[in-house]
Design a protein around this ligand. Sequence first.
Ligand SMILES: [Zn+2]
Length: 68
Amino acid sequence: MTSAAAGERQCVYCRRRPVADAWRPFCSERCRLLDLRDWMDGRYRVPGEAASVPDGGPADDGAPDDNR
Ligand SMILES: [Zn+2]
């Protein structure tokens, strides 16, 4: 329909090179992979992941009822 409506679209990752049809919306496979990696990185790096189990529990250090 419209060919280059408002100039060429820039790569959404590097924003320096025009988007390649094969790698839309990126300019190349590299930018696509880098963007994906960043996305995954931010996804897996959840803030407050230190919400682990509270210390304490049935640690058998000197159970008084074990030796009878
Ligand atoms: Zn790019």
